[in-house]
Design a protein around this ligand. Structure first.
Ligand code: HEC
Ligand code: HEC
Length: 272
């Protein structure tokens, strides 16, 4: 379950490593800015080939919504444009994450990494997810099915893989470049799984050999506890009830104290 972050080398693994390398200190290294990929082949206009997900109604609300709200930036067939990256092959998890957290659609060509109310209803989001999945070549991470998991290993995993950017309490933190890792207090278990698999924006992608599906369950369950502890009314997680206060504050405090002790020792030996 917990292979070290470096994992077997592979693109996601390296990205993760690159991200992990700079984390312990003040921020993170400048990961490659998301580059809109330029498609080599423009996919043919969406045909009547059946959707890969649940059936799209005959009137195809997904197509209509896409043409109205997405095509101006992402192209009629998801081929991308100057105003937005290609959507071919990004996968359902990415589309669902972007729409359900209200990141998309953006009004200008400025990306928003803030969690907002979704512009579309869950039904409309499903239709859009299914429609975008029709763009060849398809594939990409599926929307993970997240269930309640082991809160203790969730806490460990969270502190290992997430807290450096999102803070121990899940309230988010400033990275360098004036960018920030957002608060997790509004994220639903599904959105947590999606973010882990997709790696939106500056967040690294965690492939299944680094964080397995049970690990996602555990992390989402722990974030749910963090949300409960914050008494967040806007939260989107399960109601697991209070599993008892977890000493996040205490953990941060102990780490801070350890750092101070180390510093004091170094200063002390230098003085000698
Ligand atoms: C005004 C332009 C604009 C509109 C309209 C827009 N997007 Fe985007 N979208 C962008 C840009 C720019 C990015 C790249 C953000 C980044 O990575 O920095 C993006 C990123 C995305 C991504 C992530 C792509 C990736 O490479 O991981 C998805 C998925 C997405 N948009 C879906 C949609 C959908 C679905 C709609 C319609 C409901 C939509 N967008 C409407 C500009 C737009
Ligand atoms: C290198 C820093 C970094 C690490 C490590 C990281 N994230 Fe993120 N995360 C980000 C950034 C930056 C964003 C904003 C992405 C965007 O929208 O462009 C983000 C966004 C998210 C979101 C969306 C929140 C919302 O409600 O909109 C979730 C959920 C999330 N991360 C969960 C996690 C989890 C769980 C882990 C640990 C497995 C993790 N992240 C590790 C930087 C990080």
């Amino acid at each position: 379950m917990t292979s070290p972050p470096a994992g077997p080398a592979g693109r996601p693994g390296r990205r993760l490593l690159a991200a992990a390398a700079g984390l312990g200190l003040l921020g993170m290294p400048v990961l490659a800015e998301p580059v809109p990929s330029s498609p080599t082949a423009v996919p043919s206009p969406v045909s009547s080939t059946g959707p890969t997900g649940p059936a799209v109604p005959a009137s195809d609300p997904g197509a209509r919504l896409y043409q109205q709200s997405c095509a101006s930036c992402h192209g009629m067939t998801g081929e991308g444009s100057q105003r937005g990256p290609a959507l071919s092959g990004v996968g359902p998890a990415d589309v669902d994450f972007q729409l359900s957290t209200g990141r998309m659609p953006v009004q200008q060509e400025r990306y928003s990494d803030v969690h907002r109310d979704a512009v579309f209803s869950p039904t409309e989001i499903d239709a859009l997810v299914d429609y975008v999945a029709l763009f060849p070549p398809g594939g990409g991470p599926q929307i993970p099915v997240v269930t309640a998991g082991d809160v203790r290993s969730g806490r460990e995993l969270y502190l290992t893989y997430c807290s450096a950017c999102h803070s121990a309490a899940g309230v988010g933190a400033t990275l360098n470049n004036g960018r920030f890792a957002p608060s997790l207090l509004r994220a639903t278990p599904t959105q947590i799984g999606e973010a882990i698999r997709v790696g939106p924006g500056l967040m690294p992608q965690f492939p299944a050999n680094v964080l397995g599906d049970r690990d996602i369950d555990a992390i989402a369950t722990y974030v749910d506890v963090l949300q409960d502890d914050r008494g967040n009314l806007d939260r989107g997680g399960w109601s697991l009830g209070r599993l008892g206060p977890f000493p996040e504050g205490a953990v941060a405090w102990v780490i801070g104290l350890a750092a101070l002790l180390l510093l004091a020792r170094r200063l002390g030996s230098r003085a000698r």
